[in-house]
Design a protein around this ligand. Structure first.
Ligand code: SF4
Ligand code: FES
Length: 362
């Protein structure tokens, strides 16, 4: 019998704490699952505090307080304080709707280190239409001003798609005006609600090329003023992204009800067994949970990944995307030009639909 290959166990770096799936906005590009978890199933404050302590004991450095909209939690300040007490760098990812200036002050007092605010567009009418919430744009501007006034570092998150991708320069200008030190330009990742809205969100090849040129020019123009992070969108790439830095290798997600996932979309893969922080410690889950071990290392790979020189660089791409596009989570991510199903990606990128969005709703 061949000796089993030992898979090195890395230290996870970041914890994505999905405090709630509740959110006042309805963004059609949301990567939360279609089956959103209910308020009555959410973890309580004390359990989150225990999880943060276990994360720090595992050697984790940072926690992202996310959702849904974390501001929907009445105990957000206590949760942030617990993360800070555990010694974690604490980042709040917010839509800005639901966080008042008073709450922000309390969060700052509790030790919050960083804030990320998402914007949907540079034009208020379009931004509110994409968010599915009248007045969201104005609320974001107000919270950004409050963050900057408190001297908390601010990143502006921009998710780009067909309706806003031609205004990248305006959105970077807005991020500068808001006082952001970094702007993260992310193309839609097609999971959850975004997968449902894929044809309505998909940019054209010409838009993607124009956007790439715009980002290059903006980086030169604003060098030293703002950091601009941007990557090529999946469906227009030749090589896949090393999703979540490799499955079970660098990061983990805790859902509102306490399930621990190797990535935010892992529940879309049928048959995986997720353990919960209600029954297991985070360290135990990281090491032994069946879901985390399902795609660790390279032994699970099929060809062409199995014998490819890049298999420890991109880890075969994204398991959730491989499943969504081929029905087999062990397949090569079809974004890869070597994947047998690569042609499917070009066909999907060409499929556009100008019908109404399916807004994310509980
Ligand atoms: Fe990455 Fe697999 Fe493509 Fe090689 S064949 S580049 S490992 S996705
Ligand atoms: Fe799950 Fe990429 S989103 S592995």
């Amino acid at each position: 019998m061949a000796a089993a290959t030992r898979v090195p166990l890395y230290t996870p770096l970041g914890l994505l704490a999905e405090l709630t799936h509740r959110c006042p906005l309805g963004c059609p590009y949301c990567s939360n699952p279609l089956a959103l978890e209910r308020r009555e199933d959410e973890l309580d404050t004390a359990t989150w505090a225990r999880v943060f302590g276990e994360a720090a004991a595992l050697g984790m450095l940072q926690v992202h307080l996310s959702g849904g909209e974390p501001g929907a939690r009445r105990d957000l300040v206590e949760i942030a304080a617990a993360a800070h007490r555990a010694g974690l760098y604490t980042n709040l990812i917010t839509s800005a709707v639901g966080i008042t200036a008073d709450t922000l002050q309390q969060l700052a007092d509790a030790g919050l280190d960083h804030v990320q605010i998402s914007i949907q567009d540079s034009a208020p009418g379009s931004a509110d239409r994409i968010a599915g919430y009248d007045g969201a744009f104005a609320r974001k501007q107000a919270l950004a001003a409050a963050v900057v006034a408190l001297k908390i570092p601010l990143t502006v998150n921009v998710v780009v798609h067909r309706a806003n991708i031609d205004r990248i320069a305006d959105m970077v200008a807005l991020a500068l005006k808001l006082g952001g030190s970094r702007v993260e330009i992310a193309h839609v990742q097609y999971y959850g609600w975004a997968l449902r809205n894929r044809a309505a969100l998909m940019p054209s090849a010409e838009q993607v090329a124009r956007a790439a040129a715009a980002v290059d020019a903006l980086r030169k123009r604003h060098h030293g003023e703002i950091v601009i992070d941007a990557v090529v969108p999946d469906y227009y790439a030749r090589l896949p992204k090393p999703c979540v830095g490799g499955w079970g290798r660098r990061s983990l997600n805790v859902t509102p009800s306490g399930k621990v996932l190797p990535c935010h979309a892992a529940e879309s893969i049928p048959g995986l067994e997720f353990w919960s922080v209600r029954e297991h410690s985070l360290g135990d889950i990281w090491k032994s949970s069946p879901a985390f071990n399902a795609f660790r290392g390279t032994a699970w790979m099929q060809e062409p990944c199995k014998s490819c020189a890049r298999r420890e660089l991109d880890f075969g791409g994204c398991r959730c995307q491989a499943f969504a596009l081929t029905g087999d989570a062990r397949a090569t991510d079809p974004v890869c030009h070597l994947a047998p199903r690569h042609a499917d990606v070009a066909a999907l990128a060409a499929a556009h639909d100008d019908g109404p969005y399916a807004y994310r709703r509980m």
